[in-house]
Design a protein. Structure first.
Length: 152
């Protein structure tokens, strides 16, 4: 079984990680944890004495480093909690999150996408995050949206 776990470092994403570790996956399953960063727009005017290329490169580098930290942390958590027969990989993707996740699921042949209900975004995109909603409506495989349980 191929499980694509889409994470973004949010609390909801942490719930999805915990859900993946909690489950007994079939022996030999492959879990790929991915995070996506959307590069900033190119700036045209010079900002704070820096050229637009310098500003873009600096912002993009910061986003990429943050994404790498998210998947590294996820890899550590998953590898310590999953059965050793589960193959685990991580990947940092660049682009618009909905499209990048859907394209990766299609090209990799994912059987299941797991994602948190809400991630980072404008006012958490109401009740169901825009990324998770897009995955539910457009993925060619099954999608599980993990909701964060509120403390009693």
């Amino acid at each position: 079984m191929k499980i694509l776990l889409a994470i973004d470092g949010s609390a909801q994403s942490e719930q999805a990680l915990q859900e993946v570790v909690r489950r007994p996956w079939p022996e030999g399953s492959h879990i790929k944890a991915v995070t996506v960063y959307d590069p900033p727009p190119h700036f045209t005017p010079e900002v704070w004495g820096m050229t637009s290329r310098d500003t873009y490169t600096m912002a993009r580098g910061h986003l990429q480093k943050s994404a790498e930290e998210i998947v590294d942390k996820a890899h550590s958590f998953l590898s310590s909690g999953l059965d050793k027969s589960i193959h685990l990989t991580t990947e940092v993707l660049e682009g618009e999150p909905r499209k990048a996740i859907l394209d990766t699921a299609d090209s990799w042949g994912a059987d299941l996408i797991i994602v948190g209900a809400q991630g980072h975004g404008a006012v958490s995109r109401f009740l169901l995050g825009s990324v998770s909603s897009a995955l539910v409506h457009h993925a060619k495989c099954s999608v599980e949206v993990v909701r964060r349980r509120e403390a009693d």
